[in-house]
Design a protein around this ligand. Structure first.
Ligand code: SF4
Length: 470
């Protein structure tokens, strides 16, 4: 077996990219290299298959690591997996995936390819059999896993390819027979968090700055625009003992990592959240961390524990400054409490990143003004604004008649707005929201903040920094 040989090679697709930038602070010029966050799929799937006896390798980003992929494909690779990024239209996904499949086949005509992941499963969920079949033929992979988790199907497929069992024993699998795809059987295969412990030392040579950490699966809430709780299955949380065990393996190989707690409701319930914070402090980790944060009642002790444990930023899903829109979204945000929280986070030196969703049923010119007022009164550090995606299968999709919704994805109309008006509103809001920074977008603001803190930067100074991307 040569060093390139492996049983399972995972290729992650991501919309993110690394980039270089420069900025000036206190008359000094600084260079900064923004890196890609480590692939969560590689961490979770890699741990799962290696713990079951298979060798594993990965590509963190197809776009950025093609040469590395080419090199790895020179080896004897039993199976290549492709995780899908979320692009709403089936057609666009098909063309992007087709390019990746062709690239892999050109490098190694012998290895077989499987496509799966949450995005793929949600994408084909509501398609007809003929559309699914057309999609799979265009993309040209050998197998497709129709499951929101799929780790066990990958292991079953590796077993089959190692001569153990039959293809029909692999659950949730489309497999190719001549020019058609047959389906094995659909079973619910919710991942058990407690069994999916990650040993970060396995990835020690390729860990970058930002590391995704998952301590829960699914979500206990039920926002009307979101399909995640339906696909994610029952809400599960990892024991604090296991979180601690996992983080100790990371501290051994990457002690100053920037952790991204990727749970949608990391601070719920509050007592568990506080216990996690106390565990982080007790271990004297040198990590810095960021997370999503629900705007629920939060006492001062929690914010102090967050600060002491290394929190440098929180993402707040405020979505709208209008109670009418929030009511329609089934999103429980109290604006006065949210303003108070943003103020407390600012005082603690914790960056606040607010998400806004524009155009949800109930949105009007008036509610847009309410959102602008909320933003200008609360002054979060930065924000991200996007137009409502009228996604098939979300709870609101069952209320089309009630809200007079027509169209789908980013082309829609309902009783109070249409998608082109929403786009105009976004431009208008950008011109009216003041006192926040929105120069970097996506994840890079946290990475920048991590570096800026190390040179003694303060939150207030962030607004004056002119970052020039190269
Ligand atoms: S938007 Fe977030 S909080 Fe709401 S249901 Fe989805 S994952 Fe849960």
């Amino acid at each position: 077996m040569n060093s390139r040989d492996c049983d399972f090679l995972l290729v992650s697709c991501t919309t993110l990219s690394s980039k270089k930038a420069t900025y000036v602070y206190n008359n000094n010029k600084y260079d900064i290299q923004f890196t890609l966050p480590f692939s969560g799929a590689a961490a979770y799937l890699g741990s799962y298959v290696t713990q079951r006896g298979y060798t594993f390798d990965f590509i963190n980003s197809f776009d950025e690591e093609k040469d590395m992929l080419k090199e790895k494909l020179k080896g004897n690779v039993k199976l290549v997996g492709i995780t899908t990024k979320f692009v709403p239209e089936l057609q666009k996904n098909a063309l992007q995936l087709q390019q990746i499949v062709s690239f892999i086949r050109a490098c190694n005509s012998k290895c077989e390819i499987v496509i799966g992941g949450l995005s793929f499963a949600s994408l084909i969920q509501y398609e007809t059999d003929s559309m699914r079949s057309l999609f799979m033929r265009i993309v040209g992979a050998d197998y497709y896993i129709n499951s929101f988790y799929g780790e066990e199907s990958i292991v079953q497929l590796l077993n089959y390819k190692s001569g153990i069992g039959e293809i029909s024993e692999v659950n949730n699998l489309f497999y190719k027979v001549k020019s058609n795809y047959l389906f094995t059987k659909q079973i619910v295969d919710y991942s058990n968090l407690e069994d999916n412990y990650i040993d970060w030392t396995v990835f020690k040579d390729r860990l970058g700055l930002q590391i995704p950490i998952r301590t829960a699966i699914s979500c206990p809430f039920n926002c009307e625009y979101c399909s995640f709780p339906m696909y994610g299955g029952p809400y599960q949380v990892m024991s604090i003992r296991n979180i601690e065990r996992e983080l100790r393996t990371l501290a051994a190989v990457n002690p100053t990592a920037l952790l991204q707690f990727i749970d949608d409701s990391f601070n719920v319930p509050l007592n568990r959240f506080k216990d996690i914070l106390r565990m982080l402090i007790r271990n004297k980790f040198s990590f810095r961390w960021i997370s999503y944060f629900r705007c629920i009642d939060t006492d001062d002790e929690t914010i102090e524990l967050m600060r002491q444990s290394g929190c440098i930023g929180v993402m707040l899903g405020i979505e709208s400054g209008s109670q009418t829109v929030l009511h329609n979204m089934n999103k429980k945000v109290d604006h006065e409490k949210a303003k108070e929280l943003i103020r407390k986070f600012r005082n603690a030196g914790i960056l606040t990143y607010v998400f806004l969703l524009v155009g949800f049923p109930g949105e009007t010119k008036q509610t847009i003004e309410e959102t602008i007022s909320f933003m200008n009164e609360s002054c979060p550090t930065t924000y991200y604004m996007q137009m409502w995606n009228c996604q098939i299968g979300t709870p609101i999709d069952n209320k089309r008649e009630q809200y007079k919704i027509t169209g789908a994805e980013y082309n829609w109309k309902h009783y109070t707005m249409d998608s082109s008006t929403a786009q105009e509103c976004i431009r208008y809001m950008r011109s009216k929201i003041q006192n926040t920074t929105d120069y970097l977008g996506d994840y890079a603001i946290f990475e920048f903040w991590y570096h800026f803190l190390r040179i003694g930067g303060k939150l207030d100074a962030l607004k004056q920094i002119d970052i020039k991307l190269q």
